[in-house]
Design a protein around this ligand. Sequence first.
Ligand code: FAD
Length: 525
Amino acid sequence: MSTPHATQVRGDHRAALERSEPFDLLVVGGGATGAGVALDAVSRGLSVALIERDDLSSGTSSRSTKLIHGGVRYLEKAVKTLDRSQFALVRDALHERSVLIRNAPHLCHPLPLVTPLYSRLQVPYVLIGLKLYDVLAGRSNLGPSRFVNAAEAKRRFPQLKAEGLRGGVVYYDGQFDDARMNVAIALSAAERGAVVLTHAEVTALHRDGGRVAGASVTDRVDGSVVEVAARAVVNAAGPYVDGIRRLDDASAEPMLTASSGVHIVLDRRFAPPDTGLLIPETDDGRVLFLLPWLGSTLVGTTDQPAGVVDDPQATDAEIDYILRHVARYFDLPVGRDDVKAAWSGLRPLVTDPKAADTAGVSRDHVVHVADSGLVTVAGGKWTTYRRMAADTVAAAITSAGLRDVPPSATVDLRLVGAERFDPNGAAALQARGLAADVARHLHHAYGDRAGMVADLAESGLGERLAAGHPFIEAEVAYAQRFELALSARDVLDRRLRLGFLDAAAARAAAPRVEALLAEGMRPRA
Ligand SMILES: Cc1cc2nc3c(=O)[nH]c(=O)nc-3n(C[C@H](O)[C@H](O)[C@H](O)COP(=O)(O)OP(=O)(O)OC[C@H]3O[C@@H](n4cnc5c(N)ncnc54)[C@H](O)[C@@H]3O)c2cc1C
């Protein structure tokens, strides 16, 4: 069982890392994959340390399209190649879609999307494809796909260009807040006893009798080094997995290629509040999503081969590519001044030497066990993080020869915030005097813990951090005390998401956030 109101401050986790007894599992990387592995393992009764070099979700996992999906593009590929394994990939991901929504209903929800069609010839192709999507989802389906005429497509997505519109296909997928989900997974692991240390880097791996047996962890806050012993080490470093493999074996062949995907954020005028848009064909034969997200409009993504760098940036060319496609499908003018934020993420893709371009590489995951016993998990996608984790922990158990470990128990494990989540809970927050938009935001971001944030707001931390956004000061204190946040960026980018929604507003709010964090560091009387 979890400990619902345990304080989660970094100092406690730092102290718990120093112990003479080896951990069963040391996990490198606190993205979706590593956090998922930590939760799977600790909920099976294993002792776990999760080490993240920067912040939880600071890598690819905060930079996704925020769709919980089987992947209509992968379905198209499956149909074109009649590849059974591709169909299975889509089916499994669609099953996971419903598991995620069930286990974190405050952070995930179904979202209808319109695919606009400007040629009658497209109608049967798209409709049959999306009907097949429904069939593959089976009992996990979120709603039936159906054709709508031009007037209905325009009613559902009023910004669409009317000229030449023949109709559309409406279908359903899931949508979520990726970084908060990542934090919720890691906190769920921490509340079950996992040590979760952020801003700490695995800088060396150690062997004992030829087997990997632990790591040197450099604390990036004070520069100290902790030697951590472990029966198994899992490498979940996302785009950096090859670097970790080379710490174990300097001659390890690369497993991954990376491609960058850029998103831009526009204001709420560009999408209705409850419906997304799938642009079925871009200039380079991809799809583009335009989605309402946290009161703004998220548009992406691109796919460009890329090198592995920290904090990749969106280029002008990538931003213009996205804007060009929005303009093509919209009656509303759109330009550079409308872009509130842009970010780039690196897709960690399993290398397939036969693939001509990265869009052709499979998103399925690979769990690789080296001769030393180092377990590397790579590829996959957010939607399937839980299944990847279960496979990885199973491999680690075998590799380390751990006995009597029960099977994965995460399929029915409600994440932090979900256990007593009341879908109608926003009204109770509003009744405590919070503005309607703030109440709605706290309700979805914190689920059954929103009341704790409201308590902090009532203690004098009720001011907004940025005009026009629902984020309040109380969330900074909450992030610091209960969500392992350390820096202003941890708070603004990955606990509140302001940095991803409105870069200028986040810059303006940063000094206040820093002051609140400094205040929180002071010993209390
Ligand atoms: C543009 C884009 C859009 C996407 N959209 C979707 C989507 O809509 N739906 C979906 O299901 N999937 C989507 N994905 C895929 C999904 O985001 C990724 O599969 C997933 O986030 C990968 O998570 P990860 O934990 O493996 O990697 P990461 O999130 O990158 O985590 C790896 C972590 O390891 C840490 N690390 C590295 N080296 C060390 C070290 N030495 N010591 C300690 N820590 C270390 C890093 O700091 C990082 O935080 C998208 C991906 C991209 C790029």
